[in-house]
Design a binder for this molecule. Structure first.
Ligand SMILES: Nc1ncnc2c1ncn2[C@@H]1O[C@H](COP(=O)(O)OP(=O)(O)O)[C@@H](O)[C@H]1O
Ligand code: SF4
Ligand SMILES: [Mg+2]
Length: 322
């Protein structure tokens, strides 16, 4: 089966005043139709830049190399116009800050109707009917009233539902959600994740869910990719990652998820130290300064991804000891 999205050896570099920064290094991933992939890592690990590079949305000082194919077609070198069309038709993105994606002076309903009329060429009346239907699907209460509301009149959770509605209007094959629940409280976060799960089941849309919180991907994602300092350090099915984590960083992330420990009152262990500055990466394994398992070899050379079969792989010199 041809993958929906297939990315090989993706590298993202930024030119800065202090030289070049490599934000994403040799990233490989695949998303099949209808599948949900979670990309997890601390802030600055290269999650957002990876997907922005795939969609041709890097900042002006950034360049991407490698191969990114959508349904087998190279999209990394696609002309701007064709890429815009692909993004409007087949791919959609939802960001953390829903307010920045909405026009503050325009009523919610008008924004959604305009987007639909533009991409699908529907009449205004047909577009409005479709928008009301979608607002219902994303569980916005009293959609006919909310249709006339301005973004500032809605709560953060409602705004995020509107953004998801906007993304789903064109029935995308792939929905990319970048920290969609990070700004929301725990209860609203759970509601949005349930909504995404429902959309995945009912529409068959594939999802890439980016988050710094491993707990968020449990239950929704089929596969998980863990990133550290611009590299994938472990990939596998959600079952592999939650039940048989092999990289010390994945183990550390798992220990710091409250819901997975079933123990929300105790102090959670956090991974000591900070992620490295990408401009001055340590030699060898980038996680070594924070790793309780580190041995001399870890400072000497960077570990390669080692496959354990069935798509489960990790980059660690102590894979057998983990
Ligand atoms: N426009 C830019 N210029 C220089 N460096 C950048 C730029 N955008 C991102 N970076 C670098 O890329 C790193 C990864 O960023 P990002 O993918 O946004 O991280 P996150 O995992 O939090 O989404 C940042 O820590 C920063 O070093
Ligand atoms: S390679 Fe070494 S430092 Fe890196 S995660 Fe494995 S044990 Fe830790
Ligand atoms: Mg990000």
């Amino acid at each position: 089966m041809t993958a929906l999205l297939d990315c090989e050896h993706l590298e993202v570099r930024f030119r800065t005043e202090d030289g070049e920064v490599c934000a994403v290094n040799d990233l490989n991933l695949e998303v099949q139709p209808g599948e949900c992939l979670g990309i997890v890592g601390e802030s600055g690990s290269g999650k957002s830049q990876s997907v922005l590079a795939m969609l041709g949305l890097l900042a002006g000082n950034g360049t991407a190399t490698g191969s990114v194919r959508y349904r087998g077609r190279d999209i990394l070198n696609l002309p701007r116009k064709e890429l815009d069309q692909l993004r409007g038709d087949r791919l959609a993105m939802v960001f953390q800050d829903a307010l920045s994606g909405l026009t503050p002076t325009m009523r919610i309903g008008e924004q959604l109707t305009e987007s639909l009329a533009r991409h699908r060429g529907l009449s205004r009346a047909a577009a409005k009917a479709k928008v009301l239907e979608i607002l219902e699907i994303v569980k916005i209460p009293a959609p006919a009233t909310r249709y006339n509301a301005y973004p500032f009149e809605l709560s953060g959770g409602m705004r995020q539902r509107v953004m998801i509605a906007m993304a789903m209007l064109c029935q995308p094959e792939l929905l990319i959600c970048d920290e969609p629940t990070t700004a929301l409280d725990v209860t609203v976060q759970a509601q949005i994740l349930r909504l995404l799960d429902g959309l995945k089941r009912h529409t068959g849309t594939a999802i890439i869910l980016i988050t710094h919180d491993l707990g968020v991907v449990a239950g929704l994602c089929d596969k998980v990719l863990i990133m550290y300092a611009g590299r994938a350090v472990e990939t596998g099915t959600a079952h592999d990652i939650f039940n048989n984590p092999r990289h010390p960083y994945t183990v550390g992330l798992l220990r710091s998820v409250p819901s997975l420990r079933g123990d929300t009152t105790a102090d959670l262990p956090t991974i000591p130290g900070q992620p490295p500055n990408l401009e001055v990466l340590p030699p060898g394994c980038a996680f070594a300064p924070r790793c309780g398992q580190a041995i001399a070899a870890c400072q000497a050379s960077a570990p390669a991804m080692l496959s354990m079969g069935s798509g489960h792989a990790a980059a660690c010199h102590r894979i057998d000891a983990a």
